[in-house]
Design a protein around this ligand. Structure first.
Ligand code: SAM
Length: 272
């Protein structure tokens, strides 16, 4: 896979995936259909792009690096159903790329901008059906974690609030060139299967969850009082109503129970 002509830019997170078996599995999980719009973030030399184009999908690939685009063109040519957009994905207008419709977003993305990319996709979720991303394995585990797991935290809550999240494939670091320092995983976010949580005040919900995980060793009750200013009796009542033990820490509380808790706290605040 080594290519002497191409200067890999570490600063742009350029670790190209060359494991054909993993690439094939990723493409079949993405399951692109003819005519379907697929937006690829950071196509690099086009290993996945080629497979996506072969499905007959309409592929729009957003790549920041002109040299990578040249490399992609050498490798896979310019299929008719491929449009390359030479931009920073964090700067593009998602509504205009998708023409205001929903698309699947895929990418083996640079790890240093995983959070801003996920946040941008969440903000633009009206244009996103599903997302498939290769990310650092530890981040994928945090995205998909459930209560009781060591990796469960604010990122799990944020992703799972908006989408059904699945860790689909583990990918060894040797599948990339240059070999990165960490292993990866392929993860999906399905915005069309987001849980129906019925949260009344999203801001309060995230204040409670983030506050709880920022002090994950402390009991949640202290955080509820600190964040909202409600008294001990009201905080105990809200925990009880949400089916959460008075001594619970954030990491033991499911997304669903956090939603119930934030609604009970919201009602208490409105009464007071
Ligand atoms: N998808 C290719 C693969 O699997 O081999 C390349 C993956 S490499 C980890 C990440 C790619 O994202 C690189 O081609 C890099 O130039 C590009 N990239 C980095 N920052 C970007 C940004 N802000 N917007 C768009 N592309 C970016």
């Amino acid at each position: 896979m080594e290519n002497k002509k191409f200067r890999y830019k570490k600063g742009l997170g350029q670790n190209f995936l060359h494991n054909t078996s993993k690439l094939g599995q990723m493409a079949s999980l993405i399951d692109a259909k003819p005519g379907e719009l697929i937006v690829e973030i950071g196509p690099g030399a086009g290993a996945l792009t080629k497979l996506l184009c072969a499905t007959g999908a309409a592929v729009k690939a957003v790549e920041i690096d002109t040299e990578a685009i040249n490399r992609l063109t050498e490798k896979i040519g310019r299929p008719e159903n491929l449009e390359i957009i030479n931009s920073d994905f964090l700067e593009v207008d998602v509504a205009s790329i998708t023409n205001g419709k929903k698309a699947k977003f895929v990418g083996n993305i640079p790890y240093y901008i995983t959070t801003p990319i996920v946040e941008k996709l969440v903000e633009n979720r009206q244009y996103v059906s599903k997302v498939f991303l290769t990310v650092q394995r530890e981040v994928a585990e945090r995205m998909a974690a459930s209560e009781g797991s060591k990796t469960y935290g604010s990122l799990s809550i944020f992703c799972q609030f908006y989408a059904g999240v699945k860790l689909l494939l583990k990918i060894d670091k040797k599948s990339f060139f240059p070999v990165p320092n960490v292993d990866s995983a392929f993860v999906s976010m399905d915005f069309e299967s987001a849980p129906q949580l019925g949260v009344l005040d999203t801001q309060l919900f995230f204040q409670l969850t983030r506050g709880g995980f920022n002090q994950r060793r402390k009991m949640l009750i202290n955080n509820i009082k600190r964040v909202t200013g409600i008294d001990d009796a009201d905080a105990r009542e809200a925990l009880k109503g949400a089916g959460i033990a008075e001594t619970a820490r954030a990491e033991e509380v499911s997304l669903n129970n956090f939603a119930k808790l934030s609604n009970l706290v919201y009602n208490t605040l409105r009464k007071n």
